[in-house]
Design a protein around this ligand. Structure first.
Ligand code: NAD
Length: 490
């Protein structure tokens, strides 16, 4: 693997941080340092926001023919496609996610996102209110300005693409702050943006901690909107800081996805989907299906088959194409998963599958774990573990299943498995979550919007029309066609 950019990308230039400090980006599978990357602090944030502000206020970007803006996004998609192997391997080394997932999903999906949004710029429409004879009221949409995008470590490249594609398509400029844990692919995107010819200041990528760079970014007066993906606790803290600036905020936060399985569902498909849903990326997925709601008549058979499938998963070196489970992203995160598991045992849940974890220098491996006899009041049914931990809850009838599914502070996603389409749709209307997948749902679509209920956040990520709403200001222009003078103060 070639070396990675290790500076800050501001105004189409690579620069060191003002403080000269660096941060070691570590491979969690081996404990080796991959790169020492410049660390942004408040002065660097100011520099990046100033560049983005200038590019927005004075530059060509937002005035550019929208077709041209779309073409640049398409070129960006193609440039990313030319480096799928490198991008995938970088995230694999950086967060311990198996190469079959980063190469099979994260990297190509990220390129696709830019291609999808390359079609948006010339389709951002307004409205005309024409019911008055002497007045034409036009509603128009205009890019918002400088967007601060702050992302987590679990899908480093894809989360960056999810933010950048609609922000850029709508004519805004951006300061992207990836997680300090996993900045490498975001920095690679900076280099690719330079190569395909984005004007200076349109895309800026700064690496820094949440406490320093993140906090300075959300408070900066030059930022018009904050779009954040991360933990609920961080989001709540950010809202406090953002409110004095009255900035727009989009929050994509945590989840505790319930999977409601009905006895008429095709069992083999359910087993595969449940195992994938909670163990892929070792459960470090916002929509991980961490709560399984199973009917009492089916409990024993379903659980037995899930345990058997989970035991067969191959955990090991994330760079090996045969590996299905890699390691958790940091030792600190691994400790928080261990803590949740210990708490689950103390609260009386029955552990039916656990370890042993592989041994490694960095101590980040954690084996699939399943808890049975979980009840809705237990922490395992309420809090996000963000690890490979499945909680099994048993229900007696449909109403109880819905009650259990909704008895949680998060509402990002819910899964329903049933051969009865009418029941599935009826329940989909009752579940309190922004996304409901019926019988697997058919996978990720970059043009579909993502919503959150409750502590899972607010605002809309992605979606064509929705992206235009989220990242554009809407204004009305009132045009009088009257030839009469005003009746007042006559
Ligand atoms: P995190 O909240 O700890 O960090 C996310 C980002 O916020 C990082 O870039 C971090 O540096 C920054 N940050 C931290 N404190 C900050 C502060 N005070 N001010 C400004 N920025 C700050 O989250 P994480 O541990 O990196 O990611 C895991 C979380 O992300 C999980 O809860 C997961 O569910 C969530 N997530 C949600 C979605 C979604 O679409 N809803 C997608 C992916 C991940």
């Amino acid at each position: 693997m070639a070396s990675w950019p290790n500076q800050l990308f501001i105004d189409n230039k690579w620069i060191d941080g003002a403080s000269g400090k660096t941060w070691s980006v570590v491979n969690p599978a081996t404990g080796e340092t991959l790169a020492n990357v410049a660390l942004a602090e408040a002065a660097d944030v100011d520099r990046a926001v100033t560049a983005a502000r200038r590019a927005f206020d004075e530059g060509e970007w937002r005035r550019m023919d929208p077709l041209h803006r779309g073409r640049l996004l398409y070129k960006f998609a193609e440039r990313i496609r030319a480096s799928l192997d490198d991008l995938a391997m970088t995230d694999t080394l950086n967060i311990g996610k198996p190469i079959r997932d980063t190469r099979g999903w994260d990297a190509p999906v990220s390129a696709d996102l830019f291609e999808t949004y390359a079609g948006l710029p010339d389709k951002i429409h307004g409205k005309c209110y024409s019911s008055f004879a002497d007045n034409m009221t036009m509603q128009v949409r205009e890019p918002m300005g400088v967007i601060a995008a702050i992302t987590p470590w679990n899908y480093p490249l894809t989360n960056a693409a999810i933010k950048l594609a609609p922000i850029l398509a709508t004519g805004n400029t951006v300061v992207l702050k990836p997680s300090e844990v996993s900045p490498l692919t975001a920095l690679m995107l900076g280099q690719m943006a330079l190569e395909v010819g984005f004007p200076p200041g349109v895309i800026n990528v700064i690496h820094g901690t949440g406490a320093e760079a993140g906090a300075a970014l959300i408070k900066h007066p030059g930022v018009d909107k904050i779009t954040f993906t991360g933990r609920y606790e961080t989001g709540a803290q950010m809202l406090e800081a953002a409110k004095s600036g009255m900035k727009g905020v989009l929050m994509e936060l945590g989840g505790k996805t319930p999977t409601l399985v009905f006895p008429d569902a095709p069992l083999e498909n359910v087993v595969n989907a449940v195992v994938t849903g909670v163990f892929i990326n070792l459960g470090q997925v916002c929509v991980a299906g961490s709560r399984l709601l199973v009917h009492e008549s089916q409990h024993d058979e379903l659980l037995e088959r899930i345990i058997a499938k989970a035991k067969g998963l191959r955990q090991g070196d994330p760079t090996d194409p045969n590996t299905q489970l890699g390691c958790l992203a940091t030792p600190l995160h691994c400790q928080s998963v261990v803590k949740r598991v210990e708490q689950g045992k103390k609260e009386g849940a029955k552990c039916v599958l656990s370890g042993p974890a592989l041994k490694s220098e960095a101590d980040c491996f954690f084996a699939p774990t399943i808890f049975d006899q979980v009840t809705p009041n237990m922490t395992l049914a309420r809090e996000e573990v963000f690890g490979p931990v499945l909680s099994v809850l048993t229900y007696r009838n449909e109403d109880e299943a819905v009650r259990m599914a909704n008895d949680c502070d998060f509402g990002l996603m819910a899964n329903i498995w049933s051969a009865d389409g009418t029941r599935a749709l009826r329940l989909a209307r009752q579940l309190k979550a922004g996304k409901i997948a019926i019988n697997g749902g058919g996978g990720f679509r970059g043009s579909s919007p993502v919503y959150g209920f409750k502590r899972s956040g607010f605002g809309t990520e992605l979606g064509y029309e929705e992206a235009a709403n989220e990242y554009c200001h809407t204004k009305v222009i009132l045009y009088s066609m009257s030839t009469e003078k005003s009746p007042w103060p006559e």
